[in-house]
Ligand binder design. Structure first.
Ligand SMILES: Cc1cc2nc3c(=O)[nH]c(=O)nc-3n(C[C@H](O)[C@H](O)[C@H](O)COP(=O)(O)OP(=O)(O)OC[C@H]3O[C@@H](n4cnc5c(N)ncnc54)[C@H](O)[C@@H]3O)c2cc1C
Length: 475
């Protein structure tokens, strides 16, 4: 008798290399039906992450078709879709790669329980992270709250070698019906922006592997210095591909350690950055409200401003602070922002503009094509001062001195700012092709006035921080 089919539920693991869930599905011995579900979590994604998810799905579907398989697309609640597919196909098992953010955990628990109840072999697998969040514990037991001890705990761990790339996936005799990706209009909320951002995205497993080879080959040796210069391509840019599982973190870990052993000078720094991603996931898993609430409760008494006109100007790259505006425009045009720039714009919003970090977090969630719930939450709370292992609040980035240091020739600002320039660059002009017309901005406008002087903003921020400390003493 023919073996019953097996469903492989793809979520953020669009690759054929080092894919534990795919191998487990193949090991069942029957035909495999790869499925992507446009469910409530997909619906809830910000505009750019949802658009980018659509690109990842399209690229992976094309890859599967090249090898004679398919990606079945369905829309609806994950549980209802999987139950229906099991009934339609007689599938005996469903395999998927684990996700660790609270919404995904809740969904996956319900799905697993329902499938098991129906007698289906429902199994989740490792793949999105190097280390399961529950596998790294302090000596006293419990999660880490500080990065360096976390790094020391994992740095010497031996991870299994990446699994082989799958070259053949047995097809079922008949394929279940599929919906059309185009009908989902995953880029609809991007308005005019999708075509512009598309020029800057690097989609799919092959492209991600090319990126990895290029970076780990030459660039990594200069990473230590170049990673701080936003006008240069000094970092790997792999966060976009990691977000959608187009590259395996374990493949990156092994490749990074090989480069350390070969003596590439920036390699250890880079592997440590990969581990920041792990640390972020570890924290969000153990503190599931990290993306909504101040991690340090004492910050609940801080007098943050809610969303406001200054924050709206920040979103539009119109604060009058050139480095901040350049970065905010880079974000809108490319769906990315250099890490140093992320820290500076986050500091400017939460300190100079005294605006709640959640206002910034939500805008990044809307715009980033490498959006990751854990890294984004950790990044914002780290800069704001309210998070675990955070930078002290009184360390306020000065965007002007940061620009002098990390953009000494002004190349980054020239790349992204058009107003007042005799010959604006193509990238700076492309911002005006991407933004909604309702913003009423034009490259011919005068450069924006500063919203606030840097010294004045710093003093106001420090005063608010003193008030928080005083309140704590009084309370
Ligand atoms: C306010 C703020 C918000 C952020 N939001 C996100 C986000 O939504 N998604 C995201 O992937 N990263 C986020 N980061 C972290 C960081 O900015 C990006 O991971 C980095 O810019 C990606 O560029 P890269 O791939 O070239 O990194 P590389 O320098 O090449 O580093 C390699 C990998 O390490 C990881 N990494 C590097 N730096 C960090 C970091 N500080 N925290 C966590 N992981 C890191 C990324 O996976 C990255 O791809 C945020 C940082 C800040 C300050």
């Amino acid at each position: 008798m023919a073996k019953a089919p097996v469903i492989l539920w793809l979520r953020r693991d669009f690759r054929l290399h080092d894919h534990e869930a795919l191998h487990a599905a193949l090991d069942e011995g029957g035909p495999v039906i790869p499925v992507f579900i446009h469910d409530e979590l997909c619906e809830a994604l910000g505009a750019a992450p949802r658009w980018r998810m659509g690109e990842a799905v399209a690229a992976f579907a094309a890859r599967l078709e090249e090898m004679g398989s398919r990606l079945v697309l369905r829309r609806g609640s994950a549980r209802a879709v999987l139950e229906a597919l099991v009934a339609e196909t007689g599938a005996c098992a469903v395999h998927w790669s684990r996700a660790y953010d609270p919404a995904a955990i809740k969904r996956d628990r319900e799905v697993k329980a329902a499938l098991k109840e129906a007698g289906v072999n429902a199994q989740s697998h490792k793949g999105h992270l190097l280390f399961e969040p529950w596998d790294v514990q302090t000596k006293q037991g419990g999660p880490y709250k500080v990065y360096t001890p976390y790094w020391n705990a994992v740095r010497g761990r031996q991870l299994a070698a990446p699994l082989a790339t799958v070259g053949d996936i047995p097809s079922p005799e008949t394929w279940p019906d599929t919906e059309a990706l185009g009908d989902w209009e995953m880029g609809a909320d991007m308005n005019r922006g999708a075509d512009v951002v598309a020029l800057h995205a690097t989609v799919g497993e092959r492209a991600a592997q090319g990126r990895m080879a290029a970076f780990l080959g030459d660039k990594i040796a200069e990473y230590q210095e170049a990673r701080n210069l936003p006008a240069e391509t000094g970092t790997s840019n792999l966060s976009e591909n990691l977000s959608y599982g187009e590259i395996s973190p374990r493949a990156l870990w092994h490749a990074g350690w090989r480069r350390i052993e070969e003596g590439a000078s920036g390699a250890q720094t880079w592997v440590k950055e990969l581990v920041w991603r792990e640390f972020a996931a570890h924290l969000l898993y153990h503190y599931p409200q990290m993306d909504e609430r101040n991690w340090r409760e004492e910050w609940n008494g801080f007098d943050w401003r809610r969303d406001n006109n200054d924050a709206a100007a920040w979103r539009k790259g119109r604060t009058g602070e050139p480095f901040v505006d350049a970065a905010m425009r880079e974000l809108y045009v490319t769906g990315r922002m250099h890490n140093r720039a992320r820290m500076i714009v986050a500091s400017y919003l939460t300190k100079h503009l005294l605006t709640d970090w959640r206002v910034g977090l939500r805008w990044f969630e809307e715009c980033l094509i490498d959006w990751d719930p854990a890294s984004n939450a950790l990044g914002w709370q780290w800069v704001a001062g309210s998070g675990p292992d955070a930078t002290p609040y009184f360390r306020i980035f000065n965007p002007a001195t940061q620009a002098d240091k990390f953009d000494p020739e002004g190349d980054y600002r020239k790349a992204w700012l058009a107003e007042g320039q005799a010959h604006p660059t193509k990238t700076a002009l492309s911002f005006f092709d991407a933004i909604p017309r309702s913003w009423e901005m034009s490259a011919e406008d005068d450069p924006p006035e500063r919203l606030i002087g840097l010294k004045e903003g710093r003093e106001k921020a420090l005063a608010a921080y003193d008030a928080l400390k005083q309140g704590r003493k009084d309370g």
